[in-house]
Structures are given as structure tokens and as C-alpha cells.
Design a protein around this ligand. Structure first.
Ligand SMILES: [Zn+2]
Length: 137
């Protein structure tokens, strides 16, 4: 496996502004913040993508995300809101292939956004697409 920057941070082989850590997860400031307080929650075990995670690790990751999100909301940064963003694979905008969850504090007019193109064709396929997912669960 190639060297992983997030594993290096977990192992203290690369510097990071760590703000929280428990047995399963670590949280540190994003080195390229889109808004003040932008941080990442990362499982300590290396999972390439979210859907590779086991349920315990995923639950612990979101539990840590809740704890850290509350701290961000109550902090002097005083965000007006938050976005949680998880990218999977290049098509989903994942750039570092060690699963991670972004916590992005939001402020009116901060300029962060997603480009959304609604599709009538996709809307017309709701039942068909729901069944494609339902039959796997
Ligand atoms: Zn890693």
C-alpha cells in the first residue's frame, strides 16, 4: 500500500492540528479549509472508502462527529450552521483514499456550495431506482 497521509497523522508521523481523539476516531483541522473551523473526522483504522467500513467503526465515527459538531456549534467560531460531507471514490469527489467525514461550519454568504442539476428523467425513475436499492438491503 502507498503511504497514506491520514495514517501518518494518526501515527504522529505527519503534523496536524488534532482537536479530538478516541479509540476509534481522530479529528483534525482540514489543511485547506473552505470555512473557518473546517475539520475532518477520520477512522483510525484504514478504510479506503466509507462503504468498506464495519458497522462499529462507522457508528463510532458518527458518534465522534456528533460530539465534535456540537463543540464547533458552541465554539467562539459561532457558525450559523454546518454541513457534514463524505466523499466516496473520485466520482464522489474523494481525493484522499482513507475514508473521512468533513465537518464544515457554515456562515451566511460564505460561498461554499454544491452545484446541483435536478433531472426530470431521474425523478420519473424514483420507484424503479428505489427497488434497485431495496432488493439489496
Ligand atoms: Zn490511511
Amino acid at each position: 500500500m502507498n503511504r497514506c497521509i491520514f495514517c501518518d497523522i494518526i501515527n504522529r508521523e505527519s503534523p496536524a492540528e488534532i482537536i479530538y481523539e478516541d479509540e476509534f476516531s481522530i479529528a483534525f483541522m482540514d489543511i485547506n479549509p473552505v470555512t473557518p473551523g473546517h475539520l475532518l473526522i477520520v477512522p483510525k483504522k484504514h478504510f479506503r472508502v466509507f462503504t468498506d467500513m464495519d458497522e462499529v467503526s462507522a457508528g463510532e465515527l458518527f458518534s465522534a462527529a456528533l460530539k465534535v459538531s456540537r463543540a464547533v456549534r458552541r465554539s467562539e467560531l459561532k457558525p450559523e450552521g454546518l454541513n457534514l460531507f463524505l466523499a466516496e471514490e473520485s466520482a464522489g469527489m474523494q481525493e484522499i483514499f482513507h475514508c473521512h467525514l468533513h465537518i464544515i461550519p457554515r456562515y451566511s454568504g460564505d460561498g461554499f456550495g454544491l452545484k446541483i442539476k435536478y433531472s426530470d428523467e431521474t425523478k420519473n425513475q424514483l420507484k424503479i431506482n428505489a427497488e434497485k436499492i431495496r432488493k439489496i438491503l
